[in-house]
Design a protein around this ligand. Structure first.
Ligand SMILES: O=C(CO)[C@@H](O)[C@H](O)[C@H](O)[C@H](O)COP(=O)(O)O
Ligand SMILES: O=C[C@H](O)COP(=O)(O)O
Length: 950
């Protein structure tokens, strides 16, 4: 591209004499910065600039021209990739507007414009377009800006409203005369509205961008097809080649001339209004057989604009002809269009299709652009973001690529962020989506939590005990185990059990007089936290008397029974959850942040990390580079292909994250016989133990340098197992992963076609437990039950069907019969209602690995009642591929629950029995083994029997 010598009028400059403005259909940073645009403007070659998503895609998407500004912006904040793009584009548009300002001033605000298009994703959204036009107008803040709005039927009212708001509008993607008439109507009405409000009409400029060459490309191709198919009208058709677009444009111009004579316009003109000029767009010649200036030479006329791509501009300067052509040959133009119709070339369908294609092409260009911006942003943010490496077998990889493309084409991420329930089942999903915005909400209101943290520190608590279940405890547990103790704050302990020995062991760790108690329950009515609270509140009252309430904090949804109790008992603080966030999605709300504050976790950096996770999962980030969506599409697609055992491995310091993930994934997806079964913390073993039902996720905290684990994962990868490796560069990045996995789970739910935010089957066990405990309170005993077999310290219980299937002469035979039912792609889960301590955890881990290696199946090692609020949902309502061994034991010690006739031991038994009966009712393969006497000996006897059985 070159500017002409200042002397002598070249054809571009001569257009002024024909009252046509040449604009340039191009922009990019270097072109504005190095003075090239200014040279063209000063020479009088160019009097305006247009941009569109495809132009910005070429400018920003490739190369490094924008890196410096990106770096500078990222140093200050973490924008969404969409916002980052917009900043870059606006900088260019503002710079171009400055270069064109002298033209704007010399022409009293009638020329010298630069155009910026609203997001093409809003092309069918009247309200969104109106809002965005106003926002861009305000952000660019240049009088010679034109906001581009496409002429879709949905955007026509937005054009009227924007004009009425005094915004300069370039109406784009006009192909048909009918659409043009609608545009003119919207423009006139907009001006009339502005006039009625007393606005200044003289400064509201508008152009109607009528697309030209695309029409010929389409019509010519239809002609060629018919001709090569031997059409009888071939000769007549041939006369229309390369003619229809110009004829169409000439009739549009004639319509504009008529409007200029209309009394309606005369009123506006008298009030100072500027005309809306026709702008010829799409003027680069597509068919090389035609003149490269065809769509310039042929469309010259008063009060018009032609926006030229650089090559067309250079060609016209070189050999263009300036002559008023637009008004000539109008009858010919009418004849051409009549012939087009007579010969069955359906121009209306062509222009309709071109509008749809035009919208889609700009959307696709925008997808590509945003993907490049997001990838570049991620690269520039480097280690401040967690990393993801995927290694997928060919079939899964192809299916995931297909899913990504479907999601991109359908704009599903934008629909998800817009809370469109049809992304899932069209049910109540929209009521459960505030996790999408809670991090921004908390970041904006961090002062309250920071003040709480300061007060906690000042009060010198030596321990913090959090009591809650599932979503109310697993997130805080990750924080406690990942971040450890902070100087000046008490140690954070979590209690999520009804096992009396575990309750007693927790009590032993506490200095009640210096403990801060946090009870967390969204509903406020969950059995476990409510009895734990009774127990510790009673203890605190006995130690602290009337001051006890001052040691208690409640986190609960507004209006819950827990809130009322906390008020009545004078709790120190009550923090609210958001009722539009389910428990398992609540870790980045007060349910995670209040315990984090109490434990001394620095809040600001934690929330800043979470925000990084949110930003890179934003609606503006296309699926292939959107971390959460990418993960979710892999999870969901893998499950659909039978790889539904999500095997979670992690380096030790962040290993607890798996327990949180388990709940999120299992409780969200395990329903309607579908779902993903999380397999947490199953130590890697020999390749032969793994079937084709696995998807491995390896979370590695890079500074831990766990080479042996890295190698075990590499072996899996090399063997063709699908492996997702997520690298955290520091512990705090757990916050990013919380959000990534929330998004991933929601997306996987959409792929599976389920409602990921309900948990109806968790409720069943709660109901069953309640039934049993109420019966106990009435009768003083639980309903009688008898084992179907007893051998020494081991008694076996089951419903009739399971008992019949597992008969045997000894414990070994019973277990053998039970596990003989395991089929390929099944999983085995140990469901232990035991105290969860190092000894029992080691026993469970050892036993599950023994089962895995003996049966070559995935295994889960779960403790009740905590898994009831987690994987329990998927065990009951997910695929019927689980084989369960429930383990209960005599309690060496029991604890009464104040204010009731119940004990913790009794509640635990009722929970085990309630869980069992729901699983059996769902025809799951389950037996229960009860260990009599010493727990240690019972477990040893069971281990031996299992050993012999496999
Ligand atoms: O600003 C405008 C129209 O107002 C232009 O940038 C317009 O989008 C372009 O002329 C067209 O997209 C280019 O069309 P084509 O050469 O791709 O057919
Ligand atoms: O995951 C949630 C658990 O079922 C506990 O629910 P909650 O917070 O209402 O007590």
């Amino acid at each position: 591209m070159t500017a002409s010598a200042p002397t002598g009028a070249n054809p571009l400059q001569a257009l002024a004499g024909a009252q046509q403005s040449p604009w340039l259909d191009f922009i990019r940073r270097s072109f504005v910065e190095d003075g090239s645009l200014a040279a063209l403007v000063h020479a009088g070659d160019i009097r305006g600039v247009t941009s569109n998503p495809a132009i910005f895609q070429k400018a920003i998407g490739d190369g490094t021209e924008y890196d410096a500004q990106m770096r500078a912006l990222l140093a200050k904040s973490t924008p969404t990739p969409g916002a980052l793009y917009e900043r870059l584009a606006i900088t260019d548009i503002q710079a171009a507007a400055k270069v064109l300002a002298p033209v704007y001033e010399q022409t009293q605000g009638t020329d010298g414009f630069v155009s910026l298009e609203v997001s093409p994703y809003l092309a069918r959204d009247e309200h969104g377009t109106t809002q965005e036009a106003a926002r861009l107008w305000a952000d660019v803040a240049a009088p010679n800006l034109m906001v581009k709005i496409p002429a879709t039927p949905q955007s026509i009212p937005a054009i009227r409203q924007s004009i009425a708001a005094g915004i300069n509008v370039n109406v784009t993607l006009i192909f048909s005369l009918a659409a043009y008439r609608d545009v003119v109507e919207a423009w006139l009405t907009g001006l009339e509205e502005l006039h009625a409000k007393g606005g200044n009409l003289s400064r509201v400029a508008s152009v109607a961008s009528f697309f030209v060459s695309r029409i010929d490309a389409r019509i010519d191709s239809a002609i060629d097809q018919r001709t090569s198919a031997g059409d009888a009208q071939a000769a007549a058709l041939a006369t229309l080649r390369g003619k229809v677009a110009i004829a169409n444009a000439k009739l549009a111009y004639a319509y504009w001339q008529d409007i200029m004579q209309s009394p309606r316009w005369k009123v506006l003109e008298a009030a100072g209004a500027q005309t809306q000029r026709l702008l010829w767009a799409s003027t680069g010649t597509k068919d090389k057989a035609y003149s490269d200036v065809l769509y310039v030479d042929s469309l010259i006329g008063p009060q018009t604009v032609n926006t030229l791509p650089p090559a067309t501009m250079d060609a016209f300067r070189d050999h263009g002809t300036v002559r008023e052509t637009l008004t000539a040959g109008l009858d010919d133009a009418r004849h051409i269009l009549a012939e087009t119709q007579r010969l069955g070339l359906d121009l209306d369908s062509v222009t309709d299709a071109l509008l749809d294609e035009g919208v889609t092409a700009f959307e696709e260009a925008f997808d590509t652009l945003l993907a490049s911006v997001a990838a570049k942003q991620a690269a520039l943010m480097g280690d401040s973001l967690t990393g993801l490496k995927t290694s997928l077998p060919a079939d899964l990889s192809a299916a995931v690529t297909q899913a990504q493309d479907d999601w991109r084409r359908n704009g599903t991420i934008r629909r998800l962020w817009a809370k469109d329930a049809t992304v899932w089942t069209g049910g109540t999903e929209a009521d459960w989506l505030n996790w999408l915005t809670i991090v921004d909400d908390r970041a904006a209101n961090l002062a309250e939590l920071e003040a709480f943290q300061t007060e906690v520190r000042a009060r010198g608590f030596t321990q913090v005990l959090l009591m809650g279940m599932g979503g109310s405890s697993l997130g805080p547990e990750v924080l406690a185990t990942t971040f450890g103790k902070h100087e000046g704050f008490g140690h954070l302990y979590i209690l999520d059990s009804t096992d009396p020995q575990q309750v007693a062991a927790t009590e032993k760790k506490l200095d009640i007089a210096h403990t801060l108690f946090i009870v967390a329950s969204k509903s406020g009515s969950t059995l476990e936290p409510s009895i734990m609270l009774s127990y510790f509140h009673d203890l605190a009252k006995r130690t602290l008397g009337a001051q006890a309430g001052a040691h208690f904090v409640a986190i609960t949804d507004p209006g819950s029974s827990l809130e009322k109790l906390a008020q009545a008992e004078g709790f120190w603080k009550i923090f609210h959850g958001d009722p539009k966030i389910g428990g398992r999605y609540s870790v980045l709300s007060n349910f995670g942040l209040v315990p984090a504050a109490a434990a001394g976790v620095p809040l600001h950096p934690f929330v800043a990390d979470a925000l990084r996770g949110v930003r890179l999962c934003d609606a503006s980030v296309p699926p292939a580079v959107n971390r959460g969506v990418q993960l979710g599409l892999i999870l969901g697609t893998a499950a659909r292909l039978g790889r539904d055992k999500l095997t979670i491995l992690a380096t030790p310091e962040i290993a607890d994250f798996g327990a949180w993930m388990e709940q999120l994934v299992a409780e969200s997806t395990g329903k309607n016989g579908l779902g993903i079964i999380p397999i947490d913390n199953e130590t890697p073993g020999s390749l032969r133990h793994y079937g084709a039902d696995r998807l491995f996720v390896y979370l590695r905290l890079a500074p831990e340098h766990r080479h042996e684990q890295d190698e075990a994962i590499a072996t899996l990868r090399e063997a063709g197992q699908p492996v997702l490796t997520i690298t955290l560069h520091n512990r705090r990045q757990i916050a990013q992963e919380f959000f990534h996995w929330e998004m991933a789970t929601a997306v996987a739910g959409a792929v599976l076609g389920i409602h990921p935010f309900d948990q109806q089957d968790v409720e069943f066990s709660k109901i069953e437990t309640r039934r049993l405990t109420e019966a106990y309170e009435k009768t003083g005993s639980l309903p009688p039950e008898a084992p179907f077999a007893s051998f020494g310290p081991l008694s076996f219980f089951a419903d009739p069907a399971n008992a019949a299937a597992t008969q045997g002469a000894d414990a070994v035979a019973v277990l053998k019969a039970h596990f003989a039912r395991v089929q390929p792609s099944d999983y085995v889960a140990l469901l232990a209602y035991l105290p969860r301590n190092r000894d029992t955890q080691e026993w469970m881990q050892h036993t599950r690995l023994h089962l895995r290696d003996g049966l070559n199946c995935a295994t889960a090692a779960e403790f009740g009642p905590r898994f009831l609020h987690s994987t329990g949902q998927a065990y009951k309502a997910g695929p019927n591929t689980g084989v369960f061994l429930q383990i209960t034991a005599d309690n060496a010690q029991d604890l009464p629950i104040p204010g009731t006739s119940l004990t913790f031991g009794l509640v635990e038994s009722a929970q085990a029995r309630g869980d069992f009966s729901v699983l059996a009712e769902r025809e799951r393969r389950i037996i229960r083994v009860h260990l009599h006497g010493s727990l240690k000996e019972g477990l040893a006897a069971l281990a031996t029997a299992l050993h012999d059985a496999l």
